[in-house]
Design a protein around this ligand. Structure first.
Ligand code: GAR
Length: 220
């Protein structure tokens, strides 16, 4: 998982669906906002819309269909091998809707980022927008964090915070959150690729400074 000094960091992005975060990151690389190389896009769903987006951008794509594996462990080990073939420095989960085994998360720990649509540690798991509404929260958001064994539990790198409006429903929140996702995920990937963002001992650091539990917060 180490690039030689002459090489750009290699990014592998895992998707399951639409791939809009993958696209935002890949565009930032293609526009040279991030000095890195997209080594490949991997989907666990053969029909993921993100695959055609990646191909249209000229990116290498691989499919690993989880339904063809008898156990989560076998799937994850095959996935590790597929990722390793692409020689990554950073693995990015971008709407990759599979729970990963501890073998997988430990293997890539420190080099594995995820985006989750809530202000973690609030609302780990699913239906985050509706849960924020049901709780009567007045703000909501999205988090990029390092992945550890605990589901949606690793140290936060960056969050975007948005107000919840009286007229909001889950769909409206989801749409406003996605706009923020496409801003903060490329920022976190850029920081990582520049060697500014790292994880050490279950804590996240930016420029050598330990980040607060929330990570860096952007408010809009
Ligand atoms: C994103 O909204 C991301 O936050 C969410 O899936 C969506 C993927 O969108 N991830 C999770 O819920 C992870 N628990 P995309 O495929 O368009 O990038």
């Amino acid at each position: 998982m180490q690039a030689s000094e002459a090489e750009k960091p290699r990014i592998v992005i895992l998707i399951s669906g639409n791939g809009s975060n993958m696209q935002a990151i890949a565009e930032a690389v293609q526009n040279q906002e991030i000095d890195a190389e997209i080594a490949g896009i991997i989907s666990n769903r053969p029909q993921a819309e993100g695959l055609s987006k990646a191909q249209a951008m000229g990116l290498h794509t691989d499919i690993i269909d989880h339904t063809l594996y008898v156990s989560r462990e076998e799937f994850d080990h095959a996935l590790i091998r597929m990722i390793e073939d692409l020689k990554p420095d950073l693995v990015v989960l971008a709407g990759f809707m599979r729970i990963l085994t501890a073998d997988f998360t430990r293997y890539f720990e420190g080099n594995l980022l995820n985006i989750h649509p809530s202000l973690l540690p609030k609302y780990q798991g699913l239906n985050t927008h509706q849960r924020a509404l049901d709780a009567g929260d007045n703000e909501h958001g999205v988090t990029v964090h390092f992945v550890t064994e605990e589901l949606d539990g690793g140290p936060n790198a960056i969050q975007a915070v948005i107000p919840i409006l009286d007229i909001d429903n889950a769909k409206a929140l989801q749409q406003r959150i996605q706009i923020q996702e496409h801003i903060i995920y490329p920022i976190a990937v850029k920081w990582f690729c520049e060697g500014r963002l790292n994880m050490n001992g279950q804590l996240a650091f930016l420029d050598g400074q330990e980040l607060p539990t929330s990570g860096i917060q952007l408010h809009s």
